[in-house]
Write a protein that binds this ligand. Structure first.
Ligand SMILES: *[C@@H]1O[C@H](CO)[C@@H](O)[C@H](O)[C@H]1NC(C)=O
Ligand SMILES: *[C@@H]1O[C@H](CO)[C@@H](O)[C@H](O)[C@H]1NC(C)=O
Ligand SMILES: *[C@@H]1O[C@H](CO)[C@@H](O)[C@H](O)[C@H]1NC(C)=O
Ligand SMILES: *[C@@H]1O[C@H](CO)[C@@H](O)[C@H](O)[C@H]1NC(C)=O
Ligand SMILES: *[C@@H]1O[C@H](CO)[C@@H](O)[C@H](O)[C@H]1NC(C)=O
Length: 287
């Protein structure tokens, strides 16, 4: 009986220790030092557990991204942390890092295979970084191939957000990356429209100047149209010449032998030659 109680106690202690190691891991991550985190992980803490009672239902990797802890992030990834895990607001660790301006962390997560555009189709890390004015993070995301065309739930692109927040440098980065200044949001407003409405004059001028400088696509279009027109003219001239020469030297009528059945053919052609003189050809062919 005493032995059973003892075993029961040991089992209970073990369970408590394991349950605690989950919370310990979050405490250690929030504390920001990598060594205690590594110790907990090697003692068997699960890097993918959710923090009990957390408002966002965070994993340890979300917590590390929140605190911008690069080394802890590396340790968690090495121990098998799920890299594109989403919290209750569809935020991946990379989205949180972008939102907080953790540029180095964004690069570490992306290098480990994290989705650069996140997992929420209506909100991206690029928009989050733009909205909060993190220029170097925006540069890193663009560099990592972030999709600049994705819109949030209001139809705003990252460029709409840059215009709204008066982020002139970010506006330039996005325009150079090919963001469309004429894109409409759900209200039918362009990034330029937002800048003008809000009195962000410098930013509006940046968009204006960029729109005036002829983009490569326009040059390609002009060259294409010119080549197409030239081709049409050349082919047209060739066909016209063939047509005219066919008219000026009509096929010789065939004079068939007496063995042939009787054929009577008359052709009466009137046309104007190049000197505008009316000419008349009458071909008659009869047996
Ligand atoms: C918290 O971090 C400090 C250094 O910043 C470290 O000395 C301490 O051991 C850490 N505590 C825990 C519980 O990880
Ligand atoms: C936290 O996320 C996990 C995994 O998606 C889910 O199973 C769990 O129900 C969530 N908990 C809360 C409190 O939302
Ligand atoms: C992170 O780790 C590197 C070595 O891998 C070290 O040089 C650096 O000081 C660490 N940073 C922090 C904040 O612990
Ligand atoms: C759209 O217009 C409404 C009303 O003016 C405004 O409240 C809302 O913020 C606008 N949304 C966007 C995305 O511009
Ligand atoms: C917007 O940004 C420009 C250039 O950085 C600055 O001169 C201007 O004061 C800003 N406007 C507002 C309304 O903050």
């Amino acid at each position: 009986m005493a032995r059973i109680t003892l075993v029961g106690c040991v089992v209970a202690l073990l369970i408590t220790a394991l349950a605690d190691s989950g919370q310990d891991l979050f405490d250690a991550v929030r504390n920001g030092t990598v060594n205690p985190v590594e110790q907990l992980l090697s003692a068997g803490a699960d890097p993918n557990t959710r923090e009990t009672g957390h408002w966002g239902n965070f994993t340890a990797l979300h917590e590390a991204a929140w605190g911008n802890y690069v080394n802890i992030t590396r340790a968690l990834i090495k121990d098998g942390a799920d890299i594109d895990v989403k919290d209750n607001y569809w935020r991946t660790p990379l989205l949180i890092a972008s939102w907080k301006g953790g540029t180095a962390l964004v690069r570490v997560l992306a290098a480990a295979g994290a989705a650069v555009d996140g997992v929420d189709p209506r909100w991206t890390p690029l928009i989050a970084a733009t909205e909060h004015g993190h220029l170097s993070t925006v540069e890193a995301l663009v560099d990592l191939g972030a999709d600049i065309t994705i819109k949030d739930k209001n139809g705003d692109t990252a460029l709409h957000w840059a215009a709204r927040k008066n982020e002139t440098d970010i506006t330039q980065v996005l325009l150079r990356a090919g963001a469309n200044p004429r894109e409409l949001n759900n209200n039918g407003t362009t990034p330029l429209g937002i800048a003008q409405e809000m009195g962000h004059v410098v930013l509006a001028n940046i968009i204006d100047d960029f729109s005036i400088s002829v983009p490569t696509s326009t040059i390609i279009m002009i060259v294409g149209i010119t080549c197409g027109a030239t081709l049409i003219i050349v082919v047209g001239c060739y066909l016209l010449k063939r047509y005219l020469s066919a008219r000026s030297s009509p096929p010789q009528p065939q004079i068939s032998g007496s063995a042939q059945p009787r054929i009577e053919m008359r052709e009466h052609i009137i046309f104007r030659n190049s000197n505008n003189v009316q000419m008349e050809h009458i071909y008659e062919c009869a047996d």
